[in-house]
Ligand binder design. Structure first.
Ligand SMILES: [Zn+2]
Length: 432
């Protein structure tokens, strides 16, 4: 029972869903480029070089698998009602059951087992089911559907929520976009989020037992309700968000009848980015275009000053000692424009290092959390013992611009028109 319908409207920390951290670009390329698991149909599908995948909207949709947080050694669970703990290997085998489960810890041991008070013996994996949907708590969040616990190597466990896709979206939309954005913008957000989710459900390979993360690495998702930092019990899914989702009539975006990864970010900063440059492959709806709809939005323009010392740590990360730059004397930017990523060249007068604007952006927070560039689209110049970064936008900038969607909706555009604007050449189809 959701007792408090207030929601935090701190606008998105979200926008980094495909932030280019070191190594992540490779992962993203793999995600888009791997042989797909046609999870709810017949046989695997392989995305083509342009990042689209064959797709039959008449097929039934299985629950989405959302990994909850990073890998941890210990998670606290609770069930506010009747529950069953089933074997992860044999769903017909009941390991434990009861009328309610008080807060208890699930821990991973170094010997490949999960241990928890209700379990009769250590197991490698188990499935927690509640009789009443939305009564399972993991830490400070409460979830619909089932929750799967797995040993994940080392002494870590992985927790995966298996939840109906439409229920998942009712939480995602309120975590990704403030509830006071116009309905058409929120509906466009839901359709982009549904397409994004389904694309990952179809392309995730067998080696990864989940489809999406619950953070901005994929899409923000806090389940049904959660306890915030002040101890308040808040709704992540609301009556309003459920209505927004229902109004979208299970629509997803396709390009030439093939599903694609419908990226979105908070603010494009005046031009949506070229998905081919940011993610390696992308179909025409993700090529990007000029767009001033988000003028005045947070981080439409931004400036950051970062010490050369910190920048050097980021530039030299992972390099052999003999290859590291000792100082920073020259900085050149090769910006191809057209929404494509720039390359930055750094020199100490002897050695030279070239990195993409996205790579620098990904490395800097690893040196200092405060050295956070809002987007990979920026200029940079040396100023004394600092580098001044001046940029535009918030997030990777590919696909739908959330603040721009708000503006377009306020001008009277429908969700379909907003999606056509940000994903030109795409069409909407409805899932069964
Ligand atoms: Zn924009």
């Amino acid at each position: 029972m959701v007792t408090d319908q207030r929601r935090e409207l701190q606008f998105p920390h979200c926008r980094e869903r495909t932030r280019i951290l070191p190594g992540c670009k490779l992962i993203l390329l793999l995600l888009v480029g791997t042989t797909g698991l046609r999870a709810y149909c017949c046989g695997p599908e392989t995305p083509t070089a342009d990042g689209t995948i064959a797709f039959d909207p008449s097929e039934p949709i299985r629950p989405i698998r959302v990994v909850l947080g990073g890998m941890q050694r210990l998670r606290t669970i609770r069930v506010d009602g009747p529950y069953k703990i089933l074997s992860g290997d044999d769903p017909g085998s009941i390991l434990a059951e009861g009328e309610r489960l008080d807060a208890t810890e699930v821990a991973a041991t170094q010997r490949k087992w999960l241990v928890a008070a209700p379990l009769p013996r250590p197991v490698e994996r188990f499935l927690l089911k509640a009789q009443q949907d939305g009564s399972i708590w993991v830490g400070k969040r409460c979830y619909r559907g089932h929750v799967r616990f797995e040993f994940a190597g080392g002494d870590y466990l992985r927790v995966i929520n298996e939840v109906d896709l439409e229920d998942y979206l009712a939480s995602v939309v309120s975590c990704e976009m403030p509830g006071d954005f116009p309905p058409a913008a929120q509906q466009a957000q839901v359709i982009a989020a549904r397409t994004y989710a389904l694309f990952h459900m179809l392309t995730r390979n067998d080696s990864q037992p989940f489809d999406v993360y619950d953070s901005s690495r994929s899409q923000n998702y806090r389940g049904l309700q959660y306890i915030d930092a002040k101890g308040r019990r808040l709704a992540a899914e609301t009556e309003a968000s459920r209505k927004i989702v229902a109004a979208t009539q299970r629509a997803v975006l396709v390009y030439q009848n093939r599903l694609f990864c419908s990226y979105y970010s908070a603010t494009c900063g005046g031009r949506t980015a070229d998905g081919r440059s940011v993610f390696g492959n992308a179909p025409p709806p993700l090529y990007g275009h000029e767009s001033d709809c988000c003028v005045g939005a947070p981080n439409y323009r931004w400036t950051r000053r970062i010490s050369i010392q910190q920048a050097l740590q980021a530039i030299n990360a992972g390099e052999l000692q003999t290859q590291m730059l000792e100082s920073l004397r020259e900085l050149h930017i090769n910006d191809p424009g057209e929404g494509r990523l720039a390359q930055l060249s750094f020199s100490d007068g002897q050695r030279k290092r070239t990195l993409s604007a996205a790579a620098i952006r990904g490395r800097l927070p690893l040196v200092s959390p405060a050295a956070d560039l809002p987007s990979p689209f920026y200029n940079a110049q040396i100023d004394g013992d600092e580098i001044i970064f001046t940029g535009r936008g918030w997030g990777h900038g590919v696909g739908l611009c959330q603040w721009g969607s708000r503006s377009l909706a306020l001008r009277g555009m429908t969700s379909a028109e907003i999606l056509d604007y940000y994903f030109p050449g795409s069409t909407l189809v409805h899932l069964k």
